[in-house]
Design a protein around this ligand. Structure first.
Ligand code: ZN
Ligand code: ZN
Length: 329
């Protein structure tokens, strides 16, 4: 048998998730029930309700084919408590709860950070404290947040960041952040990437400015339970997208194999301007690509683009973490 490393697991099923959503509990327009119904009717099976500063465990909405992840979005604004001036920088962090029964009262009472913008020691200790309470912490929409390298390069402990945020895309074409992701990876951070809606639903669902159904994460889990889904998230067993799909991703001997829905471009990006690529601009496009690895790639991540200009991204895999050794495969 040939030596094979599965970057996306073989077992399990892909569940479609929106990991960032606001309801009437904060500044969204849909109730949690309406939010769930909207996503369920569009084929989603997982929704994280991440109201601003208010932790929510919406267990009662769970059913056999739909899971709501208990979560909250917290913020640390630079200038004003409510970020009233548009040039105010801000950290927005989604916290996804892997252990809702642990310290449940404390979580309900409030777990917002202090407003200590730029104090990396404090922010990193806050992220650690949240991890200790059972949360996976995600770094949200840096582009919309007016942030630059000096604001995020010192951050540690996130399990993932938003590479795409659909609400921010409408807000100023601030949705897509692949550069920030590569910068964080080049610093050696092990972090995954997600695509989300961050829907507030100020526009109707069929309006061109609707912020629903634009950025999603496909989580490959053994079953649709909080434990299985959170484990898959923690382990990076997912990819994220604005439209195109990544069906399979593995390394066989020294070859990276990518199987997708029809796309025009399949790129493998890494810790330098080197990249591997396959391009087909014809109507049928590509559904598979194979790339030889030389073992000098510190990390690899796959980015694909379809004919509508929509991207999907795999997570980044550091070769030393996945057991790929130069010359041994
Ligand atoms: Zn936010
Ligand atoms: Zn948000």
């Amino acid at each position: 048998m040939r030596n094979r490393i599965n970057l996306l697991p073989l077992e399990g099923k892909f569940y479609k998730a929106n990991l960032h959503s606001h309801t009437t509990i904060s500044d969204g327009r849909l109730t949690p029930e309406q939010d769930k119904e909207a996503y369920k009717s569009r084929g989603y099976e997982i929704l994280a309700i991440t109201d601003h500063r208010i932790y929510g465990n919406h267990e009662a909405l769970n059913e056999e084919n739909f899971l709501v992840i208990p979560a909250v979005e917290v913020d640390i604004n630079q200038v004003s408590a409510e970020r009233l001036c548009p040039e105010d920088k801000t950290y927005h962090i989604n916290l996804y709860d892997t252990r809702p029964d642990f310290k449940a009262e404390e979580k309900k009472k409030g777990i917002c950070p202090e407003r200590r913008y730029g104090d990396f020691e404090y922010i990193n200790s806050y992220i650690q404290e949240m991890k200790d309470m059972g949360f996976l912490a995600c770094y949200n929409h840096p582009y919309w947040s007016m942030q630059s390298y000096e604001d995020y390069s010192g951050l540690k402990g996130f399990f993932a960041m938003e590479i795409y945020n659909h609400g921010c895309e409408h807000d100023g074409l601030y949705g897509y952040n692949p550069q920030v992701y590569d910068e964080m990876l080049r610093l050696g951070n092990r972090m995954w990437c997600v695509a989300t809606d961050d829907n507030h639903n100020c526009f109707l669902l069929d309006d061109p400015l609707s912020d629903s159904f634009g950025g999603f994460t496909m989580i490959k889990a053994k079953e649709l339970t909080l434990d299985a889904v959170m484990q898959a998230l923690a382990k990076g067993e997912f990819y994220c997208s604005m439209g195109p799909e990544i069906h399979e991703l593995y390394i066989e001997e020294d070859e990276l194999v990518v199987k997708t829905s029809p796309v025009q471009k399949i790129y493998v990006k890494m810790d330098s301007t080197r990249c591997y690529r396959k391009v087909d601009l014809s109507e049928e496009g590509l559904t598979e690509a194979r790339f030889k690895l030389d073992g000098n790639e510190k990390y690899i991540r796959v980015e694909i683009k379809d004919k509508d200009g929509k991207f999907a991204n795999s997570n980044a895999y550091f070769l030393e973490d996945i057991g790929y050794e130069k010359g041994e495969n």
